[in-house]
Design a protein around this ligand. Structure first.
Ligand code: SRM
Ligand code: SF4
Length: 569
């Protein structure tokens, strides 16, 4: 008899699901055709994520419906991939229209430079996906155990290098997109492939990856994409005004589980340097290493960050090189200065104008005098450039001709968005995940609550003359970390309704995580904790010192240097 210790660990059930799904088809088509329910089966719910679709229900209505013995109010969230965050004005306009026609009339600009639609009913899913595809955007691999939307610094203005880097991000995105015909077949009425024998996933194989995989590309000195929070990061190295290549970082990720110290957020480490021409091959090699060595038994340990943490960066580099016909070179020097967006108009190297607008938590909607949805639609109708989504849930009206600037400004002013960035430094650096009412995993409010809490903290900052001080604050409704809260100088992570774990001390530049200061704090308590710290900061900070760095220097929080040991201790 095999002892328990010798028995092979069973694979997670999702592994079997992927293997048997016939390259992500499952019974999705049958489920869509079932008129009895507005939901799909549990297995298809998992598979549909690979197609960019999540089944959800309106949590505001749950109790009421339960009392009335009604089924949950099911609908679907659709995530639209936007590599590097760049979409044309036509694409923006199409998203705006689709949101009104099939979703809840709002758009969510996500923390990973994508568009999200909420509230799409099952019988409208297919038409919605088709309409999205008509605009030359898609939803495949926006979710699921594959590489997701590839992020990149969206600023088109700073240098010609930005366009070169964006091109590499787009190439990586295209290269790592799953090849299965299932997406076309199910959603776009493509020709049906009867047997998976004729199909191949050359990079992923039949079981895809053990877990989701994320890539971001940063262009120093801006770390707006939060590059170290990603499985794989590319840090552009510019020499004599030319993009020569990238430092490659591996092993970042935010998600953890409350009370389970074997899970932890982790920042990526730089593994070395590759040239521009090598960047796509490196992405494939890293993905293959995770494909072959990631944990397929326990999903809570399946992210690439744990593969890196368990084996070490040197081992990962050796494995990566087995898939390459070149060596990863020694990393080159670079410096990051900040994570957030730079607001307002700027002029690009080619004389084009670009306007970064602040959008509260990325929610595009009309509310009172602030008519963001209608205003951006009016701009899209006359705009000849593009719209760029930032990693901080904001939008850039990009590539505007000098002579068109006034017209755009007038439209924005008419819709209450004239001075979108006339806000405090902390508000401009705030970010919240969706959470309630759509997210099934939320333990507390986030998007609907953070603006109020920021208002309370602003009062304290004002009292100490720190209204303009840039402090990165991020909130999530659960520990999954969708707004990257552990990498914020003030991080708030939902524990229960109206209770948050408070994390402090991350670096403004994005290279050190925060540390838990108090568990299950009510918002009033959060403000109470912050008040003396802000006072001390105003009196004792060194010139130019940021809040998180100040808290670490003065010993209020211990720095998190090694996540596995320092984050939970
Ligand atoms: Fe996320 C799951 C929303 C960025 C870590 N995330 C979810 C789901 C789909 C909930 C679910 O599984 O049922 C949320 C849907 C809520 C809704 O109603 O829309 C959700 N995540 C979001 C978005 C929309 C937050 C936002 O307000 O912008 C972001 C969409 C990004 C995109 O366009 O692709 C979003 N999620 C992130 C990030 C940030 C990032 O990648 O830079 C993270 C942390 C980084 C990381 O991956 O480690 C993140 N989301 C998670 C996790 C935890 C993963 C883990 O390693 O444990 C989950 C849960 C899971 O995968 O099991 C999750
Ligand atoms: Fe939902 Fe949690 Fe992500 Fe917020 S952090 S969107 S609550 S999964």
């Amino acid at each position: 008899m095999i002892s328990e210790a010798e028995a092979p660990r069973p694979l997670h059930r999702n592994e079997g699901l992927k293997t048997q799904s016939n390259y992500l088809r499952g019974t999705i088509l049958e489920g869509l055709a079932d008129p009895i329910t507005g939901a799909v089966s549990d297995d298809d719910t998992q598979l549909m994520k690979f197609h960019g679709i999540y089944q959800q229900d309106d949590r505001d209505l749950r109790n009421e419906r339960r009392k009335r013995k009604l089924d949950k109010a099911y609908s679907f969230m659709i995530r639209v991939r936007v590599p590097g965050g760049v979409s044309t004005a036509e694409q923006y306009l199409a998203m705006d229209e689709i949101a009104d026609e099939y979703a809840n009339g709002t758009l969510k600009l996500t923390t990973r430079q994508a568009y999200q639609l909420h509230g799409v009913l099952k019988h409208n899913l297919k038409t919605t996906i088709q309409d999205i595809n008509k605009t030359c955007m898609d939803t495949i691999a926006a979710c699921g155990d594959v590489n997701r939307n590839v992020m990149a610094n969206p600023n088109p203005y700073q240098s010609a290098v930005h366009a070169d880097a964006l091109k590499v991000a787009e190439d990586i995105s295209a290269h790592l997109t799953p090849r299965t015909g299932a997406y076309h077949e199910i959603w776009l009425d493509g020709e049906k492939i009867e047997s998976s024998e004729h199909e191949e996933e050359p990079i992923y194989g039949k079981t895809y990856l053990p877990r989701k995989f994320k890539i971001a590309m940063a262009i120093p000195p801006s770390n707006d994409v939060d590059v170290f929070a990603h499985c794989l990061g590319y840090i552009a190295i510019i020499e004599d005004g030319e993009l020569v290549g990238f430092n490659v970082s591996v092993g970042g990720g935010m998600g953890m589980t409350h009370g389970k110290t074997s899970t932890f957020p982790r920042l990526a480490e730089v593994m070395g340097f590759c040239t521009v021409a090598q960047a796509v091959a490196v992405s494939e090699a890293v993905v293959k290493v995770q494909r072959d060595h990631g944990d397929r038994h326990e999903r809570a340990h399946a992210r690439f960050k744990y593969t890196v943490d368990d084996h070490g960066v040197d081992w990962i580099r050796e494995q990566v090189e087995t898939h390459l016909d070149f060596k990863i070179q020694k990393a080159r020097p670079y410096t990051f200065e900040h994570m957030g967006d730079r607001y307002g108009w700027v002029e690009g190297v080619d004389g084009k104008q670009h306007l970064t607008l602040y959008i509260t938590n990325g929610r595009v909607k009309d509310e009172g005098a602030l008519r963001i949805k209608t205003g951006l639609r009016a701009v899209a109708k006359i705009h000849k450039g593009d719209f760029r989504l930032t990693a901080n849930q904001n939008i850039i009206i990009a590539n505007v001709a000098r002579e068109d600037r006034d017209e755009i400004e007038a439209i924005l002013a008419d819709h209450g968005m004239g001075e979108s960035h006339a806000k405090s430094g902390i508000r401009l650096n705030s970010m919240a995940c969706v959470a309630l009412p759509t997210c099934g995993l939320a333990l507390a409010e986030s998007e609907r609550y953070l603006p109020d809490l920021v208002g309370d903290i602003e009062k304290v900052l004002d009292a100490h003359g720190l209204s303009d001080e840039e402090i990165v604050i991020r909130m999530t409704g659960c520990p999954n970390g969708c707004a990257r809260p552990y990498n914020a100088e003030i991080g708030l992570v939902g524990k229960a309704p109206n209770k948050y774990n408070l994390y402090l001390g991350a670096a403004f530049e994005g290279h050190r995580l925060s540390k838990l200061v108090e568990e299950s704090a009510k918002p009033e308590r959060v403000v109470e904790i912050l008040t003396p710290l802000i006072k001390n900061f105003s009196e004792l900070r060194e010139p130019g010192e940021h809040f998180g760095n100040f808290l670490v220097r003065t010993g209020y929080v211990k720095p998190v240097l090694v996540s596995r040991t320092d984050f939970h201790d």
